[in-house]
Design a protein around this ligand. Structure first.
Ligand code: FES
Length: 283
């Protein structure tokens, strides 16, 4: 873990962080931002996140009779709300990266906390800097921060960590994910050894929208626990590399407590249907 992190995220230094992010792994930015921006009080259980955004930590000293104080408070609320909407919008635009309201509010609360050193007036610009050109899939650290917040939210919500074993060729390793997340989430956002191992076998080229089949896995036992695939998944599995009766798309395999201990097997090849999509030549 990088322990050389500055104590505060200052407006002027954030751009340097963003540049550093591109050359360091997402875990690092996650840890840097979290340790710099998050304090225990910023990440509350989901039921307390909303009040957190309107807590006295973000309000000016009270002057009940002052209309200026009321206006300042309303401005802060509007800034927090606008920032939260932006995070949700980024998740909605980026395929396979949806950010829930709780996660978006957690990200905003983390950066808005006075200990982060980010003034409220710089909140939205800071988030835009972290999001990068998200419309074309770029990310300068927002996703890693959101993933860290999501993990914190899941833990505080008491969600169960589900463990699975994976066999890939001669290799075998364990992966774990919180209930409600998918195997794609492990590939996209996982940070532990198992997730890193899985990332080298499953490409997930279409970001989880059932258009590539590179997340194809076999479920040797306990297929019924995984649930029935939908028609679209079945169609994509027909085009996958050597499909079997126990084939599933990892992006559609959502972990539940009942799946704890599930075994998965990675096929010895993958068809990336994205390679066969004709793109218009704009040259
Ligand atoms: S990630 Fe492309 S089909 Fe699952």
């Amino acid at each position: 873990m990088d322990t050389s992190m500055p104590k505060q995220l200052r407006r002027g230094t954030l751009s340097r962080y963003s540049c550093a992010v591109r050359t360091r792994n997402e875990t690092t930015i996650s840890q840097m931002l979290l340790r710099a921006a998050l304090r225990c009080r910023t990440l509350q259980p989901p039921s307390r996140l909303r009040p957190c955004l309107r807590s006295t930590a973000f309000r000016a000293p009270r002057a009940p009779s002052s209309s200026n104080a009321f206006a300042a408070s309303a401005t802060r609320d509007a800034q927090l709300e606008e920032a939260t909407k932006f995070v949700i919008q980024v998740g909605a635009v980026r395929e396979g990266k949806t950010y829930s309201q709780d996660v978006a509010e957690g990200v905003v609360a983390a950066l808005a906390d006075p200990s982060s050193g980010v003034p409220l007036s710089a909140l939205l610009p800071t988030l835009k800097q972290l999001a990068g050109a998200y419309e074309i899939g770029e990310d300068n650290g927002l996703d890693a921060l959101a993933a860290a917040v999501e993990k914190e939210v899941n833990e505080r919500a008491g969600k169960q960590l589900v463990h699975c074993s994976v066999k890939a060729g001669s290799a075998s390793f364990d992966v774990s994910a919180y209930e409600g997340t998918s195997l794609y989430d492990v590939v996209r956002r996982g940070e532990d050894d198992g997730a890193r191992a899985l990332q080298s076998y499953l490409e997930c080229a279409c970001s989880g929208v059932m258009a590539c089949s590179t997340c194809h896995v076999y479920v040797p036992e306990g297929l019924s626990r995984v649930g029935e695939p939908c028609e679209a998944e079945l169609d994509m599995l027909d085009l996958a590399h050597e499909p079997r009766d126990n084939s599933r798309l990892g992006c559609q395999l959502v972990f539940t407590p009942d799946l704890d201990g599930l075994e998965l097997e990675v096929p010895d090849g993958a068809n990336n249907l994205m390679d066969h999509i004709p793109f218009e030549d704009r040259g």
